[in-house]
Ligand binder design. Structure first.
Ligand code: AMP
Length: 535
């Protein structure tokens, strides 16, 4: 049971701390694992008695990383319900859709997301309770009837017997919204989350123990913050929750004041911190390792952190469907003897396969390819913390008849189990750790009266890793007006989806099946640089 992790932490690491920067105020809050357990039991009583949450019910969170979000993870799963973490960066329409699809009974949200709740609450018919994750003094931010977290638990008993049920019971739910169509839900079970936490605890994976201080900057709404909220208490690791302030200065302050030794997050975050360090001449001497994933680790970032700041950069690869960890890049002893440039080549690979993750690489016909470090193919995975279906039967085409999940990543493996991603077969753009569906963006662009055909492709970007470039063929006789198309899109898609540039093409390359040849477009624009890129 997931509750066993917190019970263990409270008993054996009771004085170890969870330190949070409160999302509603920016101030620092401290509690121990023992105190977190007491509050989690109060919350479990409130969930079951006041909010009438039953086994199997979905309870959603729209929240930053904080001690309260941590308590919710354990209380919701602990009572047998399912913690449904909602990504607040999604379009409000999508959030409404997800809460309805999951039939969420209650939603816990941070004050900074009150505007989202104010806008969507009426449309969320299944939601019986909205709970603001702070105390009453912040209630004026919310227009809808709500409770506050602290009032909810204040009068509740700290006695609660965690129930024991089937380890395959659902504990968590996270939607992934990469490709076109509705988002797809991935359910995690008690078994999958506990096994994933145990696997990631190994020294060559995440490997933090009671001496470590871990700061997950990756949000708890992105695949359970990569499992850190489970692995840290399991190992008695001090946990630092950065709340809503993820800029370089705020992260640096927490790293210094809490002696953070291990951090996890997407490249954009580490780039922000690096810029701050360079500008201010500051250091992060307590940090030993950075777990970086969600997008490829840029070479410049690797060199800057390792050469100037003495930090080990560990690239990881995984997915929402994989809980998420699949590979982590830790050099083997024989590779540690190689010269620096050879080591860098290895460190830029996505990493070494974690035990428990079954992987095969297949060609277009489904034939398995050798692990020879050069035969690239479609990556398929299966295992105890890898989804075997999407929630409520969606996306069945992503699973093979013999039970493998098709990742949409194209890669090769070498004889030491190091995976290198070489391409992506899914039609999506990943920017700053978040997905943009190129197909949805293209469909939106097609609504502009001058557009005959539109294709969105991800182009390298120094800050966001990828940003969309829209390639457009206009209708005969129509004007090639980029600003007019961008203006139109600003009213149709979320702000961060709007392409960074529009390029016009006389004739869109079309393949034999009538589809736009994205591969050809990527070839045409292979040296493309966005006209205005921030320094
Ligand atoms: P998500 O489900 O949002 O976590 O996204 C998973 C996808 O992100 C993977 O299938 C990859 O396409 C991409 N991804 C994750 N980690 C890496 C990495 N280290 N390098 C390149 N792509 C990555």
């Amino acid at each position: 049971m997931i509750s066993d992790i917190l019970v263990h932490a409270a008993k054996c690491h009771g004085d170890q701390e969870i330190v949070s920067r409160l999302p509603e105020s920016g101030t620092i809050h401290r509690e121990t694992y023992a105190e977190a357990h007491e509050r989690t039991k109060q919350l479990a009583n409130a969930l079951t008695k006041k909010l009438k949450i039953k086994e199997g019910d979905r309870v959603a969170t729209i929240a930053w990383n904080s001690h309260r979000h941590f308590e919710l993870y354990y209380a919701i799963s602990g009572v047998g319900a399912v913690v449904h973490t909602v990504n607040p960066r999604l379009d409000p329409k999508q959030i409404i859709w997800m809460l309805d699809h999951a039939q969420a009974k209650a939603v816990f949200f941070d004050k900074s997301f009150a505007p989202i709740v104010n806008a969507i609450a009426k449309a969320c018919k299944s939601v019986k309770n909205w709970v603001l994750m702070t105390d009453k003094t912040h209630s004026d931010a919310v227009d809808v009837k709500h409770k506050t977290y602290e009032e909810l638990i204040a009068d509740q008993s700290t006695d609660f017997d965690w129930p024991v049920f089937d380890e395959y019971a659902a504990a968590g739910l996270c939607y992934t919204s990469g490709t076109t169509g509705d988002p797809k839900g991935v359910l995690y079970s008690h078994r999958s989350n506990v096994l994933h936490a145990m696997a990631t605890s190994a020294s060559d994976v995440v490997g933090v123990g009671a001496r470590g201080v871990m700061m997950p900057v990756v949000p708890m709404f992105h695949v359970n913050a990569w499992g850190v909220p489970y692995a840290a208490p399991m190992n008695g690791t001090k946990l630092i929750m950065p709340g809503a302030q993820l800029d370089g200065a705020s992260l640096h302050e927490l790293i210094e004041s809490e002696d953070v030794s291990y951090v996890a997050g997407v490249p954009t975050v580490w780039l922000g911190l690096l810029n701050y360090l360079e500008q201010e001449g500051k250091r992060i001497d307590s940090v030993q390792r950075v777990l970086i994933g969600g997008s490829a680790l840029p070479e410049s970032l690797l060199r800057a952190y390792e050469d100037k700041y003495g930090v080990v950069m560990q690239q990881g690869w995984g997915m929402t469907e994989m809980s998420p960890l699949g590979t982590v890049n830790v050099l083997l002893p024989k590779q540690e003897k190689l010269d620096r440039e050879e080591q860098i080549k290895i460190k830029l690979k996505q990493g070494r396969l974690v035990f428990g993750v079954g992987m095969r690489v297949v060609d277009d016909e489904g034939k398995e390819l050798p692990w020879d470090g050069k035969s690239s193919g479609h990556v398929q995975v299966r295992g105890p913390w890898i989804a075997s279906a999407y929630y409520r039967g969606a996306g069945a085409e992503s699973f093979t008849d013999d039970g493998w999940f098709q990742t949409g990543d194209v890669a090769h493996l070498d004889g030491n189990g190091f995976m290198t991603i070489t391409d992506r077969s899914k039609d999506v753009i990943k920017t700053g750790g978040e997905w943009i569906s190129s197909i949805d963006l293209e469909n939106a662009a097609m609504g502009h009266p001058d557009v005959a055909m539109a294709a969105a492709v991800g182009m390298p970007h120094p800050k966001w890793q990828e940003r969309p470039l829209l390639v457009v063929q206009v209708k005969d006789g129509a004007e090639q007006n980029a600003e007019s198309i961008l203006d139109y899109l600003r009213g149709e898609v979320p702000k961060w989806w709007v392409p960074d540039a529009v390029e016009f093409i006389d004739e869109m390359p079309i393949g034999a099946t009538g589809k736009i040849l994205k591969t050809k477009l990527r070839e045409i624009y292979k040296d493309y640089e966005f006209p205005s890129v921030e320094a």
